[in-house]
Design a protein around this ligand. Structure first.
Ligand code: BTN
Length: 326
């Protein structure tokens, strides 16, 4: 067993939230009590770990760890045909970066329990505490140049909302270009990173960060929410993170497999149905200026339609952000 596998096994044993003695843990894992203790030092940096003389160690409240087998078991057969590999890491710098480092085929999926330098849009960090949220990336290849990808990030937002709806969690809203909100606060973010030939064969990594159970203490520079709050408000039990992953992949993989044939035009209505702030006054911040106008929606490429003084103007994604007026 590698050190990472030992750590995974140890966390799985502690995931029930009960006390386990160092001796019993060592025996199950086939390692010494000192080796157990050393691994637990690592765990302590990520999670609250309690130790009690005579009783051993426990993770208060337990843990909902990602389970590769459970994810695979719940995936629809159609999704499995699109999936080339499913990797679940204990920690990595960024699941997007991990896939971008190369050697992966289309349909490779990477999940991590924790990201050390999770990446958000516009160079922002993505707060990624251990085993609380979903950090998921999928690699796909497209021929026909970067133009084929227009609107893809918006369609990914639709798949997140649809996956939540399938799980009985309603009311996720979409804010252009690709934020998923609930009751006005950020629930999920999407980061697409592309390499290759912008005019020919390119590879795209679709990264999704979905807040499931964000600890209050995390410092986040925008109003946020999570699935646990959403589920509680709707009187249902939140899904396990593995179940959530499987349902999300059931929506995301077919989208990626079919997007170059159908484009955003087929997703536009579904996006508009869930759009936040249609008809309202908004402020659009580009790199150089701020533009105010009334939000009209998006066109068939996913570009933003805004009514400004001079009439209708269309804006494409990139380094642009939209602010709703309170
Ligand atoms: C945003 O700023 O709204 C986009 C956030 C995207 C975060 C996800 S988490 C999984 C993947 N890996 C990363 O480093 N970023 C994306």
């Amino acid at each position: 067993m590698t050190a990472d596998e030992t750590l995974q096994q140890l966390l799985r044993l502690l995931a029930d939230g009960d006390y386990h003695s160092g001796q019993a843990l060592g025996k199950t894992l086939g390692i010494s009590r000192t080796a157990v203790w050393k691994q637990l030092q690592k765990v302590q940096q990520w999670l609250p770990l309690e130790s009690h003389r005579g009783r051993g160690y426990c993770i208060p409240g337990g843990l909902d760890l990602l389970d590769q087998n459970a994810i695979l078991a719940r995936l629809q057969p159609k999704s499995k045909t699109h999936l080339s590999a499913l990797t679940v890491l204990m920690e990595t710098d960024s699941t997007n970066a991990w896939l971008l480092r190369g050697g992966h085929t289309a349909g490779a999926v990477c999940l991590a329990e924790r990201q050390l330098t999770g990446r958000g849009r516009r160079g922002r960090p993505w707060v990624s505490p251990f085993a609380q949220n979903l950090y998921l990336s999928v690699l796909w290849r497209f021929g026909g140049g970067a133009g084929v990808l227009e609107g893809l990030s918006l369609a990914v937002g639709v798949t997140i909302a649809q996956a939540l709806e399938e799980l009985g969690l309603t009311g996720a809203g979409l804010k252009w270009p690709n934020d998923v909100l609930w009751q006005g606060d950020k629930l999920a973010g999407i980061l697409l990173e592309m390499t290759g030939d912008p005019a020919g064969e390119c590879q795209v990594v679709v990264g999704v960060g979905l807040n499931v159970n964000m600890p209050e203490a995390e410092q986040i520079d925008q109003p946020w929410t999570d699935l646990t709050r959403m589920a509680r408000a709707q009187g249902i039990a939140p899904p396990s993170r593995s179940q959530l992953t499987a349902v999300l992949l059931d929506h995301l993989l077919p989208l990626l497999a079919e997007f170059d044939q159908r484009g955003f035009a087929d997703w536009r209505d579904a996006w508009l149905e869930r759009a936040v702030g249609l008809g309202q006054q908004v402020d659009l911040q580009t790199v150089t200026r701020q533009i105010s106008g009334r939000l009209l929606g998006v066109d068939t490429t996913g570009a933003l339609r805004l009514e400004v003084e001079q009439g209708e103007q269309v804006f494409h994604g990139g380094e642009v952000s939209l602010r709703m007026r309170p």
